[in-house]
Write a protein that binds this ligand. Structure first.
Ligand code: 13P
Length: 248
């Protein structure tokens, strides 16, 4: 049985002061040992959020990292810095990074390899645009994103990763994919992992759904056989996140 993983993606929200307040507010609400709970926060919030979350079940994650250990890369955050700060998870290749910061499947692959090298679990994002969905190429597109993201990743490493399927048209729009649409793509991702590796890897890997997840739809989405939790944007900044984590 795969353990569910529910991660909040704070995006570019919350000052360090607000981050501490939010962790303190959510602490009692997300206490659920049946689920892995991760708050992926802006880089500057990592250390104060980590302090505030000490002694709780909350894992603090990053929203991005660079694919080199150190050097002349002004403004970037290295995996070594994340490890030193105690970070165990990092979101890689979110559609907003791809759209606004020119990330590609190739840079996603480099970052995935680098995170794994440092023992950080990458939450690898994929997803189609509304146009791609209307063109009927969703599954082909996602399979390509997955195949490139996992180049040179071993089966043992792949088993430890998390994939987040986030249809771009469902992000921040209030328009959730139907349970059937979400399950269809998550199942296709698992098949693709099985083709790249083997059945055992496909069964071990955790696949989240993301895109307008809220307290009202989480239970139905997370009950699907191939949906192992969620990557939550807007609702992760509110007490409602507790209801998503404690969806049962
Ligand atoms: P929303 O939950 O706000 O739609 O955002 C989803 C997302 O992008 C999480 O990474």
């Amino acid at each position: 049985m795969r353990k569910k993983i529910v991660a909040g993606n704070w995006k570019m929200n919350m000052t360090p002061t607000q981050a501490v307040e939010l962790v303190n507010t959510l602490k009692p609400l997300v206490a659920n040992d049946e689920v892995d709970v991760v708050f992926c926060v802006p880089a500057i919030d990592i250390i104060p959020a980590m302090e505030a979350a000490k002694g709780t079940n909350i894992n603090i994650g990053a929203e991005n990292m660079y694919f080199e250990d150190s050097g002349a890369y002004t403004g970037e955050i290295s995996p070594k810095m994340l490890v030193d700060a105690g970070v165990k998870y990092v979101v890689i290749g979110h559609s907003e990074r791809r759209e606004y910061f020119a990330e590609t499947d190739e840079t996603v692959n480099k970052k995935v390899l680098k995170a794994l090298e440092h023992g950080i679990t990458p939450i690898i994002c994929c997803g189609e645009t509304l146009t791609q969905r209307e063109q009927g190429i969703t599954i082909d597109w996602i399979r390509q994103q997955i195949k490139i993201a996992f180049l040179n990743v071993t089966a043992d490493q792949a088993k430890t990763t998390v994939i987040a399927y986030e249809p771009i048209w469902a992000i921040g729009t209030g328009k959730t994919a139907t349970t059937e649409q979400a399950e269809e793509v998550c199942a296709a991702i698992r098949i693709c992992i099985g083709e790249i590796y083997d059945q055992a890897t496909a069964e071990a890997i955790r696949i989240q759904y993301g895109g307008s997840v809220n307290a009202g739809n989480a239970a139905e989405l997370f009950a699907q056989p191939d949906i192992d939790g969620g990557l939550v944007g807007g609702a992760s900044l509110k007490p409602d996140f507790g209801k998503i984590v404690c969806y049962k």
